[in-house]
Design a protein around this ligand. Structure first.
Ligand SMILES: Nc1ncnc2c1ncn2[C@@H]1O[C@H](COP(=O)(O)OP(=O)(O)OP(=O)(O)O)[C@@H](O)[C@H]1O
Length: 651
């Protein structure tokens, strides 16, 4: 570390100077001063200034490098955590750790580490030379410094805990502010600005209280040390003056000793300040380390990280942080015997459950849906099919008529907390080509099933197969390459419309983008926007309507050309014209891909080739719309309710 070396060298230059001053004074008293002494003194003086300037710059640069390295590692880590970790943590607090805590660590590393070292060198150098010059006078200094030292040491110990509490409070404050700003419209509509401000204000006041405590501790420390050293200088001056008067010591020695005593003030107060900052840094590092201890999705370690350390100094305190996550779950799960061949359940209409058909595993397209769908679309569209072109990279052998289905759930059990299962023994298949709808009451576990397919979570029991392969036997990267999920609330990211559409396929060309725009019925929006696809859509896509956001998310998914497309309530925010258009698009997609759609609207559900009904985490029925209306009371109820609800909108 060149910076530290230079600063230490600068300090040594300073430490030697009083010794030379002593020789100059003693020389002057005895007849003459050697000119080389004066020149050396001048060189040391100028050298000290230059070396210190360069050393400080290098140290500051190192600090910035450490900050960069730490932030890059932290950001890389934060984006690769297991999904369940995001469920449990507050985003604002995680952001605060990547933001303010890293700055505190930088201060500790860049400034106080070097300051600690140089002041230690300076203090020890001065002490050694003081003893060399006059050990008796030095004893006087020791007594004064020790008295002050006791108080300072007590204060230093409290700095770390106070600082840690302060940083945690800042984290909570950021999290609460993030909560309010992210839902600012709801806050306004609920006239909750005052309450939100109060919540945040409580943290601000707590941060103030802790800041004041820190100030109190710091204000005790520095003056105590300075008073101690200055007091000892006064005593040395008095006693030393007497000693010089009696010829016990030389005037040169006394001046040099006093210079060292004065010189001691700086390194001592620096040492104390540096220790304080290091204590704060250690507290902040603990908070940063806690983030690094959060488990990552293991396979995402295969995705290249930002090069966190290239050309940068190492980050003290972060050694030994595992590069990989700590996923303790087994990669393979044993298939549940007896379920490979299918599953049957008895009917119990009185209890509200339904007659379930036996679903043979691998019986893709068992309802003859894909074939029927194909001719329907050809007849319905009567035009070149953009989606068929857009999806012309469908892997061979996944047409659902032979081989494994695109998706198969086999006796899947899952709970966000294992003691409370959300999915219970769920089994169903999605053919390589075809449109399957997942329906059921709110909270039945539909979205959870799609999240398991994306491997956001893994089943507690049972298997999920993609093209016949257990998803846990493939990397998450590979699984997500085959499956694309359009989430329920269709998140749109800050950036341009184009950024959003190409988000999953950054290398898409203009023709492909135009095609996806057209297919997702975004053409009119693009024409209307001032800069076409380059128009900014605002934070979270606020400049778009809910339906437009959904269509942007669908365009994004279409462009990614997945083998399996998952849509979670894709038309919930669309008008009936767009919904009908999207239903047609879904048909087109289903000719080439597996399409699994969660839907509440019956118009969307009816378009499916096969419908799977989930209730309280269990598949209670599967079949076509007509069949389920006959056999499944729950489905009948759901469809009747929806038709009632949508009746005014569609007339
Ligand atoms: N991240 C999570 N952590 C804990 N529990 C969750 C989480 N997500 C969902 N749940 C719970 O799991 C259950 C199933 O939720 P899920 O979102 O799968 O239902 P859904 O059928 O999609 O409902 P909806 O139709 O209302 O979207 C619910 O009881 C829900 O409260």
């Amino acid at each position: 570390m060149l910076g530290v070396g230079l600063t230490v060298a600068g300090t040594l230059c300073g430490v030697i100077q009083p010794l030379l001053v002593k020789r100059v004074i003693d020389g002057a008293q005895h007849g003459g001063v050697a000119s080389w002494l004066l020149i050396t003194l001048l060189v040391l003086f100028v050298g000290e200034a230059l070396i210190n300037t360069l050393g400080h710059y290098l140290l500051e640069r190192t600090g910035q490098g450490v900050l960069l390295g730490l932030r890059r590692r932290l950001v890389t880590h934060l984006l690769r955590l297991r999904i369940s970790v995001y469920d449990e943590r507050r985003m604002g607090d995680l952001i605060s750790r990547a933001n303010t805590d890293t700055v505190v660590v930088r201060e500790a590393v860049a400034y106080s580490f070097a300051a600690f070292l140089t002041s230690l060198v300076g203090a020890f150098g001065a002490i050694a030379l003081m003893i060399y010059i006059d050990a008796r006078l030095f004893l006087l200094v020791v007594v004064a410094v020790t008295v002050a030292g006791v108080g300072v040491f007590t204060a230093l110990r409290r700095i770390r805990t106070t600082s840690e509490q302060g940083q945690a409070t800042l984290g909570r404050m950021t999290a609460d502010l993030e909560r309010s700003l992210a839902a600012i419209r709801t806050v306004r509509a609920s006239r909750a600005e005052g309450r939100e401000a109060e919540r945040i204000d409580a943290h601000s006041r707590e941060a103030y209280r802790l800041g004041v405590r820190m100030a109190r501790l710091n204000s005790v420390i520095a003056p105590a040390m300075e008073l101690a050293v200055q007091g000892s200088v006064l005593v040395v001056l008095l006693v030393g003056g007497v000693l010089v008067a009696h010829g016990v010591t030389s005037l040169g020695s006394l001046v040099a000793f006093l210079l060292y005593a004065t010189y001691l003030v700086m390194p001592m107060s620096q040492l104390i300040e540096a220790t304080g900052i290091m204590q704060r840094g250690m507290g902040a590092l603990d908070r940063v380390d806690a983030v690094f201890a959060l488990p990552r999705e293991p396979e995402l370690d295969a995705v290249p990280d930002l090069d966190a350390t290239s050309g940068l100094e190492g980050t003290p305190g972060l050694e030994g942080i595992p590069a990989a996550g700590l996923d303790g779950r087994p990669i393979t799960a044993s298939p549940r015997d007896g379920e490979r061949g299918g599953r049957a359940e008895s009917a119990d209409d009185a209890a509200g459950s339904c007659l379930i058909r036996v679903i043979p595993a691998g019986a893709a397209g068992a309802d003859g849906a894909a074939e029927a769908g194909g001719s329907r679309v050809a007849a319905a569209t009567g035009r070149a099919n953009p989606v068929a072109r857009a999806v012309d990279r469908a892997p061979a052998g996944e047409d659902g008529s032979s081989g494994a289905p695109a998706v198969e759930f086999r006796g899947v059990w899952f709970g966000y907390t294992p003691s409370q299962p959300v999915l219970r023994d769920v089994s169903f298949t999605v053919p390589g080509r075809g449109h399957i709808a997942l329906v059921g009451p709110s909270g039945a576990g539909k979205s959870t099933a799609l999240e398991l397919l994306e491997r956001f979570y893994d089943p507690d029991r049972g298997e999920i197969l993609l093209q016949g392969v257990d998803v846990r036997a493939m990397s998450r990267e590979a699984a997500r390459g085959q499956v694309n999920l359009v989430e329920q609330n269709a998140p749109v990211l800050q950036g341009s419309l184009r950024d959003n559409i190409t988000y999953a396929s950054p290398n898409a060309n203009e023709a492909e983008i135009d095609e996806a725009v057209e297919t997702a019925r975004l053409g009119e929006l693009v024409t209307r926007m001032p800069n076409g696809v380059w128009t900014e859509v605002g934070d979270h896509g606020v400049l778009l309507s809910g339906g437009e956001r959904q269509r942007v998310a669908i365009a994004r998914a279409l462009l990614a050309r997945p083998a399996v497309l998952l849509l979670d309530e894709p038309t919930s925010q669309m008008d009936s014209v767009n919904e009908r258009a999207l239903t047609q698009v879904m048909h087109d997609i289903a000719q080439e891909r597996a399409l699994l759609v969660i839907a509440h609207r019956m118009s969307t559900v009816r378009a499916a080739d096969r419908i799977v009904v989930l209730d309280e985490g269990q598949v209670i029925a599967t079949g076509t719309h007509e069949r389920l209306v006959e056999t499944c009371p729950l489905y009948r109820r759901l469809s009747a309710t929806d038709l009632e609800a949508t009746a005014p909108a569609t007339t």
